[in-house]
Design a protein around this ligand. Structure first.
Ligand code: KMH
Ligand code: ZN
Length: 273
């Protein structure tokens, strides 16, 4: 089995200090959280950025500042900006960080209800538009799928040559409106992608660690972080993203799966630096 790639989704766009006071907003806070998560074993930082007041932004200059601050502290970590941003942002707003030519970026593969009246909109034309930009700029996409139909959309666009391989999926499970996070759901998704594709699982809320454990056993990879879950155990807030990463590292060690360094992750994912 390949080594385990751990992604830390350190801040997201929706979670706030009201949910957990340790959610980072400022450049300094974001760089700090990224560095601690990296030192704990994360090889990829999935990055959203905020204004100092905590409101989500996709501003290119704010991304530049955060990416520079992260690179100063952990030069070899893979930075994966979000092109999803926050619900309601325009496509151009969302795409800004790709112009900084990161090694990776997310590519959301469909529209999903996002709790309450929120809809995270990704029409087929939006996906094609984002995929073309990502290709042009030589970025490795992480295919974010919130439901099985989005796997099928990604495979269809791959067949047409719009989404380039090697394919790497992120199964985001447990969003209120997407696929649930039961074991059968992960087995279903993982069996729905080509044998040579790689995958990561993101379990939302209480699904985070059970799905991480399954992925470790199944040969998949794991994402944890405040974007997805703010608790280290039932009812206990995590002190940091690093604490969430450390828990995954502990489980992996117990189960005999080694942790990938950023360069090992690049090799597994087919990223040429
Ligand atoms: N904040 C969500 C609406 C991504 O990063 O690409 C979208 C999201 C997905 O987080
Ligand atoms: Zn995200």
């Amino acid at each position: 089995m390949e080594k385990l790639i751990i992604t830390a989704a350190i801040c997201g766009a929706e979670v706030t200090k009201k949910h957990n006071p340790n959610v980072p907003y400022t450049v300094e806070e974001i760089a700090n959280e990224a560095e601690k998560a990296y030192r704990a074993g994360a090889s990829i930082i999935h990055l959203h950025v905020r204004n100092d007041d905590g409101t989500p932004t996709q501003d290119k200059e704010r991304f530049r500042a955060c990416m520079e601050a992260i690179r100063e502290r952990c030069p070899d970590v893979i930075i994966q900006p979000s092109t999803g941003g926050a619900v309601g942002m325009t496509n151009e707003e969302r795409l800004q960080p790709v112009y900084l030519k990161p090694e990776m970026a997310t590519l959301d593969c469909g529209t999903v209800n996002f709790g309450g009246d929120d809809i995270f909109v990704n029409t087929e034309n939006t996906i094609i538009y984002f995929a073309n930009k990502i290709n042009e700029l030589g970025i490795k996409p992480e295919l974010e799928v919130f439901d099985k139909g989005m796997v099928d959309m990604a495979l269809r666009l791959h067949k047409k040559g719009i989404i380039k391989g090697p394919l790497h999926f992120n199964f985001v499970m447990g969003v209120n409106g997407g696929i649930s996070g039961e074991p059968r759901d992960l087995i279903f998704l993982s069996e729905s992608i080509p044998k040579d594709a790689t995958w990561t699982v993101t379990g939302i809320g209480r699904f985070e660690f059970p799905l991480a454990t399954m992925a470790i056993l199944m040969g998949g990879n794991v994402r944890v972080g405040f974007e997805d879950n703010v608790y280290i155990s039932k009812g206990v807030l995590a002190n940091s993203n690093a604490e969430l990463v450390e828990k995954v590292v502990r489980i992996a060690k117990e189960l005999g799966r080694e942790i990938a360094t950023p360069d090992e992750a690049r090799k597994i994912l087919g990223i040429v630096r």
